[in-house]
Design a protein around this ligand. Structure first.
Ligand SMILES: [Zn+2]
Length: 83
């Protein structure tokens, strides 16, 4: 039973990280997976994506994108005041 739980926990850590890496939250994904195991997967799914979104088409853009690669308009969202 302990072995099964350990595998389940390890899967939780790996999946949490795999979800978090493309979102720029790799460390958070690892910590959440480590603390919560399989439940961490659910948590990281609800942690908001830290990448900025285009204000026109709502697609994800890179933080340093000035022109949205999806709709070709100025993103501007990457310049959030106070960050
Ligand atoms: Zn766009």
């Amino acid at each position: 039973m302990t072995g099964f739980l350990a595998v389940l926990w390890l899967v939780g850590i790996i999946v949490s990280m795999l979800i978090s890496i493309p979102r720029g939250n790799a460390v958070i994904g690892f910590i959440v997976g480590l603390l919560l195991g399989p439940l961490g997967i659910l948590v990281v799914l609800f942690i908001s994506d830290r990448r900025p979104r285009c204000m026109h088409c709502k697609q994800l853009v890179e933080a340093d994108d000035v022109i949205c690669p999806h709709c070709r308009k100025e993103t501007r969202l990457s310049r959030i005041p106070g960050r």
